[in-house]
Design a protein. Sequence first.
Length: 138
Amino acid sequence: MNTAIEPATPIFSRLLVLLGIMAATAGAAGTLLLGYMLGAALPAWLDGRLAFLTFQLLFQLLWLVFFISMFVLGLSLIRSGRDRRRKDIVPGLTLYFLGAALAAIGIMLFTFGNVAAGLGLFVVGALAIYVEWSTEVV
């Protein structure tokens, strides 16, 4: 009986690398943009001049967690494609943090009146958490 896992096909590996490049690029761009926005607003908030922006800063920090997770997800996909993996393609905590950040963003949007976007992001975040929790294939 052979229990070894066959490597992924070259097409699947290339697709993983391509998806990884797109995810890493989006994650890096979002992280840089949010870092710039937080770098401008955070010092003023810490001085007490912008206390009314507390929820906005929390919202931006959640997006920062999402984009950092997206960047790490992209790097994991690139590595898995390079190694021709068929199982354990993405580490679980990456998907968990990505999903948790999206779910929290969705709750905030829902709370502040953007019902459709809030529910949509919450469902996508919950789905990412569920996929991470229930499967070892991803």
